[in-house]
Design a binder for this molecule. Structure first.
Ligand code: NAD
Length: 425
């Protein structure tokens, strides 16, 4: 029996407000040098571009894109590109700031960036998408290089989009530069395992959490996953392969719930054939709002920001939330969940598998020496598990929740690097 959702879902929310509030909460526990908190609150550079794209019918249409470099104290800025009609400069700022903390938390030599174009990619033909991508990439070219800023896929973009960006940049400079983007197809310098990396990292973090709390039998662990794209579907598949019981999944059109567990390879096959989960026969249909409050042990939001808020947080039944998406939980919901004793493993830790394997891809491109999948996944598990343990140690030291602990760890690393380098000039 599906639990009914008690009220309508109030949306949208302000991701940047959330990012700043999380930052302020962490900084309140720290003794940063004078001026440091102010400095780290601001993005270093913000780039807005307005550019024309010729549609297939000959019309020229204007589009707006952004790229924000939040901080570069630890290295080149790194972060995805999002194509969505809901992209705003504030959303990109939030995502760029989270990238700074994510890279610092997992201890890879990157700063944080994010970009986006205000477009519904589904309304473009493939050649329109290519023209839009190539023009956006050439507008960003002055701010990109393997040492300066390295984009990657995010919602609405994929490996093909990265290949077009890599080609556009390479044509501009006159030679092939695979390390200019990550998340590329393997035949042009992509890494084995990048496609599965974020979902797999989410599952590694979930396993470490379950182990800490004494959950030893995967067959007894019920998991709900919101979002069935790159992160959600790969997390679902890997969890299923390991013997966990995935009882609910969803995409933008709604979801499925079956308390006995879903056959994920079969659901994926159905989804690929029908491009929708609707009418899948071996489960009950649920709305996205209902999905989040069904009975389960682990809830993995893997769709978009702001899905867990003050209105639905009191109804959530999961004991653990492992954040696959960026910013899925509002600060108000965090307070409610912390009071209820729900363990929330934050996005900058839980979904860092993507940027960790992006880092491996960049290293492989720079060295022109490629690893096999087993090596990629072994290094991923090593780095993400170390970050999980470090976050737990910080949580115990400061007596704070895991989100605040992850932020404290990351902010301290960036602040230390800034102090070692000194404020220029
Ligand atoms: P994607 O575009 O592949 O998939 C997004 C999924 O969310 C789709 O199934 C879509 O149908 C669903 N969705 C969209 N709107 C929804 C809504 N209103 N309600 C429920 N479901 C909805 O994107 P992705 O790459 O899987 O990214 C998902 C999240 O994970 C984003 O927050 C992204 O920033 C984050 N993330 C992705 C990566 C990565 O490597 N892909 C890495 C780190 C974080």
């Amino acid at each position: 029996m599906v639990v009914a959702y008690p009220q309508t879902n109030p949306q949208p929310l302000d991701a940047y407000k959330t990012a700043l509030e999380q930052f302020d909460r962490a900084v309140a526990h720290m003794s940063l040098p004078d001026g440091m908190a102010d400095y780290l609150r601001y993005p270093r550079r913000e780039f807005t571009v307005n550019f024309p794209v010729r549609r297939d019918d000959g019309r020229v249409e204007m589009f707006t894109g952004y790229r924000v470099h939040h901080n570069t104290a630890l290295g080149a800025s790194k972060g995805g590109l999002r194509y969505s009609p809901h992209v705003t400069l504030d959303e990109v700022r939030a995502l760029a700031m989270w990238m700074t903390w994510k890279c610092a938390l997992v201890n890879i030599p990157y700063g944080g960036a994010k970009g986006g174009v205000v477009v519904e990619p589904k309304t473009l033909s493939l050649s329109e998408l290519e023209r839009l991508t190539r023009r956006y990439a050439s507008e960003l070219a002055p701010l990109m290089s393997p040492q300066m800023d390295v984009p990657a896929p995010d919602m609405g973009t994929n490996a093909q989009v990265m290949a077009w960006i890599m080609d556009t940049y390479s044509m501009t400079v006159g030679y092939s530069v695979p390390a200019i983007v990550t998340g590329k197809p393997i035949n042009v310098g992509g890494s084995e395992g990048r496609n599965e990396a974020t979902g797999r990292g989410v599952v590694f973090v979930m396993m470490a959490t379950l182990k800490k709390y004494g959950y030893t039998d995967p067959a007894k662990v019920k998991i709900i996953i919101q979002g069935f794209g790159n992160v959600g579907s790969n997390a679902a598949l890997y969890a299923h392969e390991l013997g966990y019981r995935v009882v609910g999944v969803s995409d933008v059109g709604g979801g499925l719930y079956n308390e006995e567990g879903l056959n994920i390879p079969e659901v994926l096959d159905y989804y690929q054939r029908n491009r929708s989960l609707r009418d899948y026969p071996k489960a009950e249909p649920v709305t996205n709002a209902e999905l989040l409050i069904q009975p389960c042990d682990v809830l993995i939001p893997a769709a978009l920001e702001g899905q867990i808020h003050q209105h639905n947080a009191p109804h959530i039944q999961a004991r653990f939330i492992i954040e696959g998406a960026n910013g899925p939980t509002t600060p108000e919901a965090d307070d409610i969940l912390n009071d209820k004793g729900v363990i929330v493993v934050p996005d900058i830790l839980a979904n860092s598998g993507g940027v960790i394997v992006s880092y491996f891809e960049w290293v492989q491109d720079l060295q022109a020496f490629f690893w096999d999948k087993a090596a990629v996944f072994a290094q991923l598990e090593r780095i993400i598990t170390a970050a999980y343990e470090k976050t737990n140690a910080t949580a115990e030291k400061y007596k704070v929740d895991l989100r605040t602990a992850a932020q404290i760890t990351a902010i301290q690393r960036v602040a230390d690097a800034v102090m070692t380098r000194g404020f220029y000039p």
